[in-house]
Design a protein around this ligand. Structure first.
Ligand code: AGP
Length: 614
């Protein structure tokens, strides 16, 4: 939530800042702002709404602004204070010479504000961030050293923050620090970048230093100095980013979401390569660092996650319990952290997160780590905070996901869970060997089958047009695909704002069936297997209440045409693996409905890609 970017060097800063903010738009998009130094003066430009509004504010003064070679920028997802221009970052101290941008939440801002107001500070905004600007300015007036002022002020702050600070009297210098929020420095030739995330800097450099909590970095065009909270200078751990700028472009697709949906066959192929080496050999998952004896005797598994990652975790639970005979709990991280969970050193705790920066999941992981559990992180971002907490790390390698609606990362999480469940079942010898061989054989065929689904996306597009004007949508499924129903409904809700709900089909008659009438589409996920006949009966019950019926199925039964108004077919596969194929048409359905309705597909209202606040 919120993205920050900074630049000091020998190039014009403004385009770098605006380009960086464009790349960070997925972190928030309700207001934005930049501060640059022009003729020795710090100038701020801010705008409410989308980033384009800020660009429009800057355009008339661009000839002046381009002369600046230092600046900081911010894109906001409001927490404290409405998304107005006055609350947009940067925020300044009373004299306006010191400005800051901030990502996070200052928990003790009320106490600090009272203290600062008593000392004469006048607040202009309703944000928690402004407190920090006044606090650092107060320290600067005493110590006359910006790094030191930031270091002392940071000790007073409770909560999460990534901060960038500039001061008119400290030429060409950016001071940045962080706690429980991501921040990295990009290293160029006589220039430095600082940002919340890789996309903001990847166009310029791949050389980076990730800041750890409480570290403070001071950047000028020709120098970088890293210290800890006690002023001890630290060596730089320079890393090379594994991504290419081109992977972050839309590659000709209208939206990132569509591009990311289409990347899924390649992602499955990559993830499986080197893991299944001969069907009779055990699956190779060296990422799991628990020794095999401990793994055999684990008492339980707990999986914590949010949103789409939570749905992947539900499928993880299903197959881990079925293949490994071990009790698995799945819980939203936001609930897990506020109750007394039964977690100990014999519990494997799995954190699932695309971003690796979801605040609730980070807290859940840290809590269970304290109880001695082995922490396995399944994430798309091996450079994230969560990855740094891991005892074992499965990096799902889907490539950076830009669209706020998660698609390819979900697919990669699913594949990772299948690999983990097969790996554990082989160690525990807990399931029929022939079944595992069959699943491995089938997994290898999935890239081709997902390609086949994508080649028929027009069928889904036509269906999307037909149902785009529905006010409500119900998705039903049974067994392993219950999570698919929830995920399909979440995709539709978040990008089209249509009220969509997923139900276990057997639950329909316990209440939700009362809603059904001729205006309501019911989408039945009917994959061949042990619950196929059951969901067929549940679909009959819905049809009898005049609902508009859509089937998503791998059955070729012609009789389905009598029951369903529309049928979306996917290739056949083992029931256990059917969620992998079933989700793709649902992602496409959500995409094409939202696109048809003219919604902002990649940046749906009220959302942010990375939820870094609890
Ligand atoms: C997915 O489409 C959502 N935007 C959201 O539910 C997301 O999955 C959730 O916020 C969790 O994020 P994470 O996977 O990065 O932890």
């Amino acid at each position: 939530m919120c993205g920050i970017v900074g630049y000091t060097g020998n190039k014009s800063a403004i385009d770098i800042l605006l380009n960086g903010l464009t790349k960070l738009e997925y972190r928030g998009y309700d207001s934005s702002g930049v501060a640059v130094e022009i003729n020795g003066q710090v100038e701020m430009y801010k705008a409410e709404g989308k980033l384009q509004n800020l660009k429009d504010v800057i355009e008339p003064v661009k000839t002046e602004v381009v002369r600046s070679t230092i600046g900081i920028g911010h894109i906001r997802w409001a927490t404290h204070g409405a998304p107005t221009t006055i609350n947009a970052h940067p925020h300044s101290c009373n004299c306006g010479r010191l400005v800051i941008v901030h990502n996070g939440i200052i928990e003790n801002f009320k106490e600090l504000k009272e203290e600062l107001e008593a000392q004469g500070c006048v607040f202009k905004s309703q944000t928690d961030t402004e407190t920090v600007a006044h606090l650092i300015a107060r320290e600067f007036s005493k110590v006359k050293n910006l790094t030191e002022a930031v270091r002392i002020a940071a000790r007073r702050i409770e909560g999460a923050y990534a901060l960038c600070v500039i001061h008119q009297d400290v030429k060409d210098t950016i001071v940045a620090t962080k706690r429980n929020a991501p921040l990295l420095v990009g290293i160029g030739e006589n220039e430095y970048y600082v940002a919340s995330d890789v996309p903001a800097i990847i166009d310029y450099t791949k050389k980076t230093v990730y800041l750890d909590d409480n570290q403070i970095v001071t950047l000028t065009p020709n120098s970088i100095k890293l210290i800890n909270e006690y002023s001890v200078e630290l060596p730089l751990k320079i890393e090379t980013l594994p991504w290419e700028p081109v992977s972050l472009s839309k590659m000709g697709y209208k939206h990132y979401m569509l591009k990311e949906i289409h990347e899924q066959p390649g992602i499955i192929r990559n993830l499986l390569s080197g893991k299944i080496v001969g069907l009779d050999n055990p699956l190779n998952l060296s990422e799991v660092k628990i020794d095999k004896e401990t793994l055999k005797h684990l008492n339980r598994v707990q999986i914590v996650a949010c949103g789409t990652s939570l749905h992947a975790a539900m499928i993880g639970k299903y197959i881990l319990e079925d293949f490994c005979g071990i009790a698995v709990d799945v819980e939203p991280s936001s609930e897990y952290i506020y109750r007394k969970t039964v977690t100990d050193e014999n519990t494997l705790v799995i954190g699932v997160s695309q971003s690796g920066e979801t605040a609730d999941t980070i807290t859940a992981i840290k809590q269970s780590k304290k109880k001695g559990s082995h922490i396995l992180i399944v994430t798309n971002r091996p450079d994230s905070t969560m990855a740094r907490e891991a005892d074992s790390l499965i990096s799902v390698c889907a490539g950076i996901e830009v669209s706020v609606a998660a698609t390819k990362s979900y697919m990669a999480q699913l594949i990772s869970f299948y690999m983990l469940a097969i790996y554990m079942a082989e160690i525990k010898n807990s399931t029929d060997k022939d079944l595992l061989i069959k699943l491995k054989k089938e997994l290898i065929k999935l890239p081709e089958k997902t390609e086949e689904i994508l080649s028929q996306e027009n069928t889904v597009k036509l269906c999307a047009r037909k149902y785009a004007n529905a006010k409500n949508f119900v998705y039903i499924a049974r067994g392993i695909n219950n999570a698919t129903a929830l995920e399909g409904a979440l995709k539709l809700k978040e990008i089209s704002y249509i009220n969509a709900t997923g139900y276990p089909a057997g639950e329909l008659k316990h209440g939700p069936i009362a809603m059904l009438d001729e205006t309501l589409p019911v989408l039945s996920i009917m994959m061949k297997g042990k619950v196929y006949d059951k969901i067929l009966s549940n679909s009959e019950e819905a049809k009898a209440r005049n609902a508009r019926m859509i089937a998503l199925t791998n059955s070729t039964d012609e009789k389905l045409k009598d029951l369903f108004d529309d049928i979306i077919r996917v290739p056949d596969t083992d029931e256990y693996l059917s969620p992998i194929l079933a989700i793709i048409p649902l992602q496409l359905l959500a995409y094409y409905i939202a696109e048809f309705l003219g919604k902002d597909v990649d940046q749906p209202r009220n959302l942010a890609k990375s939820v870094t606040v609890e």
